[in-house]
Write a protein that binds this ligand. Structure first.
Ligand code: S3P
Length: 414
């Protein structure tokens, strides 16, 4: 994608449905009984992979692309069928880790596979706790995909303290606990997204019968426009119906501490998730040191926060974010390498970044590392730099936000 800066952003948009909640809607709809209708579902590659995996296990899932709607006829907790082939999670860590939790309790053998990026991501973080629950689960070197799961006689509940801040690990254990004898308790030292807990409670209201779900807009997708509008002069935008679950709103808190002009209105609840309209306009930003407790509440937003910090005054310090290395690519390396190409003064730490705000930038040819969030963060950086930049391998935006450039086009002002 070629991007010509400098621009400003003006107008109102609706970002697509939340990726984490979309995955969970497919999962809970599939393992509950009867009809679940999901509105505003995100139909991106990651979520389509989860849908295909459940179809492969005999779940009837009807996709209405025009209306971003799903109709799922759930098979119940014990009604999934043995898949005829390996379950392909593509690029999606959420699909693989959460599915492992569901497959743990099935009476058939299954194998989870992924693309070259996912095949390098650590799965020992789910293998270890699931084994403690008596799940018969194996990976390559006990760590990497493919993951194979064989039926176990009985699963046991566990008490488990998460060694890393990971909602995917927490969710895999919670999903497996649906099939386990006794109580399961997961203790997290740092807050991570709690969509699984909320949706589990929502489905539990009716004894795991199908439900209606409206998926709030994804704050992680909104984040690109939130930072974009904050750094591009004369910008003022409204993002409608965005999920504002407190485990996800670290970006709003950080932006406010940096001097950003951001507010949320029209707050209400929908299927146990809070949702609202986000208002953002341009404001000069100041660098800050991020509190380590906030990292889990904004882990996916760090690439775009780094872009914001690059245009701020003073230094921004991000520590305790080692998890960035285990995402779709090593995001510490990708952010540092690419933002330096356009004049960013940015340094990698073992567990984070130091970004010094500067004022001289130049356009560049930037690489996405086939990581959707890197591609979109770099696109926003390029929009705020005079001249023509290019983002290589931008196809990866399809992982979470296929219409990203169309949405952007709607609010770009010359
Ligand atoms: C997710 C959890 C996070 C996040 C990912 C989605 C989820 O990953 O980065 O994009 O839906 O549970 P970790 O659990 O690895 O932190």
């Amino acid at each position: 994608m070629e991007i010509i800066g400098k621009k400003s952003l003006k107008g109102e948009i609706k970002v697509p449905g939340d990726k984490s909640i979309s995955h969970r809607a497919v999962i809970f709809g599939s393992i509950s009984e009867g009809e679940t209708v999901v509105e505003n579902i995100l139909l991106s590659e990651d979520v389509l992979n989860t849908i295909e995996c459940f179809r492969e296990m005999g779940v009837d899932i009807e996709i209405n692309k025009e209306e971003n709607k799903l109709r799922i006829i759930g098979n119940g907790l014990y009604g999934l069928k043995k898949p005829k082939k390996s379950l392909d999670c593509g690029n999606s860590g959420t699909s693989m880790r959460l599915l492992a939790g569901v497959l743990a309790g099935q009476n058939f053998e299954s194998t989870l596979i992924g693309d070259s990026s996912l095949s390098k991501r650590p799965m020992d973080r789910i293998i270890n706790p699931l084994r403690k629950m008596n799940v018969n689960i194996h990976g390559v070197d006990n760590k990497y995909p493919p993951i194979s799961i064989c039926p176990s006689k009985e699963l046991y509940g566990i008490e488990y303290t998460l060694p890393m801040a990971s909602a995917q690990v927490k969710s895999a254990i919670l999903l497996a606990s649906l099939y386990a004898k006794g109580e399961t308790k997961v203790i997290e030292k740092k807050t991570t997204r709690d969509h699984t807990e909320r949706m589990m409670e929502y489905f539990d209201e009716d004894d795991f019968k199908g439900k209606n779900i409206y998926v709030p807009g994804d704050i992680s997708s909104a984040a690109f426009f939130i930072i974009g509008a904050s750094i591009m002069k004369d910008s003022s935008i409204v993002l409608k119906d965005v999920g504002i679950n407190p485990t996800r709103t670290g970006i709003i808190d950080v932006l406010q501490s940096m001097g950003g002009n951001i507010g949320v209105k029209n707050i209400r609840n929908i299927n146990k998730e809070p949702i609202g309209d986000i208002y953002v306009s341009y404001s000069p930003l100041m660098g800050i040191e991020l509190d380590s407790a906030i990292i889990g509440r904004l882990i996916d937003e760090i690439p775009i926060i780094a872009v914001g910090a690059m245009f701020a005054q003073g230094s921004t310090i991000i520590r305790n974010a080692e998890e960035l290395k285990y995402k779709e690519t090593d995001r510490i390396h990708a952010i540092v390498t690419e933002l330096r190409k356009v004049g960013g003064d940015i340094e990698a730490l073992e567990d984070g970044l130091i970004i010094k705000g500067t004022s001289t930038f130049y356009p560049g040819v930037l690489d996405s590392y086939n990581d959707h969030r890197i591609a979109m963060a770099l696109s926003i950086a390029a929009l705020n730099i005079d001249g023509k930049s290019k983002i290589n391998d931008d196809r990866c935006i399809n992982i979470s936000y296929p219409q990203f450039y169309e949405s952007l086009q709607k609010i770009i002002m010359e």
